[in-house]
Design a protein around this ligand. Structure first.
Ligand code: DC
Length: 216
């Protein structure tokens, strides 16, 4: 059997898990999957066809058509698509279809870094490393505001914060695969940590697991 290495990264929107996942995938030479894009692709397909987000059978069809090799981050990164993704992500049948694709991806050698909400708990419960990356809602809102302003945009802190809190509630409160740390996840709170420090902390955790494995 070919051994693959899996790093599962979960956490709320805006905690920095995407950047961390990319850095770790580069460093350990693993494949990378931002599973949020798969839910976004489903939401985007419904929006494109002017279908309501609670049309479950259309969402299932869109989920079956998701091609992991063709996820277009530029199109899918729009804020409204993220909101809509969080809504279609509550449907168990939609999740099952996407989770199966995500598991196949994780099994492809040499392995992968996957980031999302339920990677350590549902998609890859046997992952070699599980990280739960979080930050206070205020810090995440501030980062998002800075991001918008840095590209010349305009936004309101209170609105962004309310948005983030609403999204957290939906992602943590849904019945199927809610966002929560796996029992064996390492917690990384990036509220007062720059991305470089978070990367170094994650690397220390991973290198420790690898060293113990080499000795075993
Ligand atoms: O990480 P993101 O903002 O791209 O995710 C968009 C939405 O997709 C998120 O609010 C909830 C859903 N999602 C999920 O339910 N499970 C995942 N593994 C990834 C994302």
């Amino acid at each position: 059997m070919t051994h693959t290495f899996t790093i599962a990264i979960d956490g709320p929107a805006g905690a920095g898990k995407g950047t961390l996942a990319r850095r770790l995938a580069d460093h350990y030479r693993l494949n990378l999957l931002d599973t949020g894009l798969t839910y976004r692709a489903v939401a985007y397909a419904l929006i494109q066809h002017a279908l309501p987000l609670d049309n479950v059978s259309a969402a299932e069809t869109a989920a079956r058509q998701v091609d992991l090799a063709k996820l277009d981050r530029t199109v899918l990164s729009a804020h409204a698509v993220g909101e809509a993704a969080s809504k279609v992500a509550v449907y168990p049948t939609v999740r099952r279809i996407l989770v199966e694709k995500q598991r196949d991806f994780a099994k492809t050698p040499p392995g992968a870094v996957l980031d999302g909400r339920d990677i350590g708990t549902v998609v890859c419960p046997d992952a070699d490393i599980k990280l739960y990356v979080t930050a206070s809602a205020e810090v995440r809102a501030r980062r998002r505001l800075n991001e918008i302003e840095s590209i010349g945009g305009n936004a309101n802190f209170a609105e962004i914060l309310a948005d983030i809190q609403r999204r957290d509630e939906r992602d943590m409160g849904r019945a199927d695969s809610p966002l929560k740390p796996a029992a064996d996840a390492h917690l990384l709170d990036t509220s007062e940590m720059a991305i470089e420090a978070a990367f170094l902390a994650a690397m220390a955790i991973i290198d420790d697991v690898l060293a113990k494995r080499d000795k075993a």
